[in-house]
Design a protein around this ligand. Structure first.
Ligand code: HEM
Ligand code: HEM
Length: 185
């Protein structure tokens, strides 16, 4: 497998970004709901430190991924894919990138507007950008909650589209993104 993308396949770096970030985001969707529903206790606070710490890690990884993506053109669509579908995929992927940035940023906004100081992984103090304010933290929590639901919806559509390409259209869209597959023709 090559490090960079080729015209036929995703490279090792793009695949690593895709699968590591996908796993972290899916864990975050579960962890966010568990932390939120947990009874008020030291464990709840610890669950939130994990949730916020993994969330800022995702933000950092997505920024690096966008830089890599901008300097590394993606493979071209396989033959036989209708133009409307290529355009729909581009819009869907752009929306995913936008949400992968907006979800952790809105989470950070919630955290910053509350009085609870936050150190990523109990080590790295995060900059305090705005004054604590209950109305703003409630609004930010609503925005963060709504964006996570939108992200989940777009991810489900994305997964269904990938499986459809593999099992119904029998093309290489999914296989060329799989971590254990090299160059596909
Ligand atoms: C990949 C990134 C993230 C995902 C997928 C995610 C997902 C979630 C989910 C599903 C919830 C429960 C929402 C609800 O049911 O209302 C939640 C809540 C929360 N998240 Fe995140 N989150 C992410 C990043 C962050 C970050 C970076 C922070 C802070 C630095 C953060 C802080 C919070 C807080 C404070 C809540 C509780 C909000 C409330 O009180 O209603 N999240 N998150
Ligand atoms: C949280 C979960 C996920 C997120 C946020 C996500 C996000 C993305 C994004 C943004 C792209 C576009 C890459 C680019 O153009 O630079 C992409 C490509 C892709 N994803 Fe995902 N993905 C997720 C999970 C999955 C899963 C579970 C599958 C498989 C079932 C999958 C299959 C694919 C495939 C096959 C491509 C390549 C599409 C192409 O060549 O046009 N993704 N993903």
């Amino acid at each position: 497998m090559t490090i960079r993308n080729t015209t036929n396949s995703w490279g090792a770096i793009a695949k690593s970004f895709h699968w590591i970030i996908a796993l972290l985001i899916l864990s975050q969707l579960v962890l966010g709901n568990i932390a939120e529903g947990y009874r008020l206790s030291p464990t709840k606070l610890d669950l939130f430190v994990w949730h916020k710490s993994i969330g800022v890690t995702v933000l950092l990884l997505v920024i690096l991924r966008v830089v890599w993506r901008l300097t590394n053109p993606p493979p071209t669509p396989p033959d036989g894919i209708p133009a409307w579908e290529t355009i729909a995929a581009r819009i869907g992927h752009a929306l995913l990138y936008l949400l992968m940035l907006a979800v952790p940023l809105s989470g950070w906004w919630v955290s910053d507007a509350t009085r609870i100081p936050f150190k990523a992984f109990w080590l790295v103090p995060m900059p305090d950008l705005i004054a604590a304010n209950r109305d703003i933290s409630d609004l930010a929590a609503d925005v963060h909650g709504a964006l996570t639901k939108l992200l989940l919806l777009v991810v489900v559509i994305h997964i269904v589209a990938a499986l459809r390409h593999h099992f119904f259209m029998h093309n290489k869209i999914l296989s060329r993104m799989l971590p254990w597959r090299g160059e596909t023709r």
